[in-house]
Design a protein around this ligand. Structure first.
Ligand SMILES: N[C@@H](CCC(=O)N[C@@H](CS)C(=O)NCC(=O)O)C(=O)O
Length: 107
């Protein structure tokens, strides 16, 4: 929306007013039949946040690599903000409820 001034953008979406190199990347590991994955993506979409989805459906090697990275955790979704592993769907909603999600994204 090139016609929207920077000032107006700050009013519309405080997180997106941050330069892209400051806004932390959101990465979510999912499978395509997982209701918790849909719920987590739904929250991110409702907050109009861009995220990178890694769909591990049918990807045994990918799931094994994620399990290794997360010291044995096997469930999806698994969500990262920048280099920080924040956990799964419940953890994402808890962070949103407490207001910490915006802090994590914007700091
Ligand atoms: N409390 C977890 C629940 C996640 C969950 O149960 N995911 C299921 C798929 S919908 C799963 O990965 N189950 C297989 C496993 O735990 O290894 C969350 O909020 O993310």
């Amino acid at each position: 929306m090139a016609f929207v001034s920077d000032t107006l953008l700050i009013v519309i979406h405080p997180l997106k007013s941050k330069p892209l190199d400051i806004m932390k990347k959101i990465e979510i590991y999912t499978t395509n039949t997982c209701p918790f994955c849909f719920a987590a993506k739904d929250l991110l979409a409702k907050k109009d946040l861009d995220f990178t989805e890694v769909d591990l459906s049918g990807d045994a090697a990918g799931r094994a690599a994620l399990k290794e990275r997360l010291n044995g955790l096997t469930s999806v979704p698994q969500i990262f903000i920048g280099d920080t592993h924040i956990g799964g769907c419940d953890d994402l909603y808890a962070l949103e409820k407490s207001g910490e999600l915006n802090t994590l994204l914007g700091e």
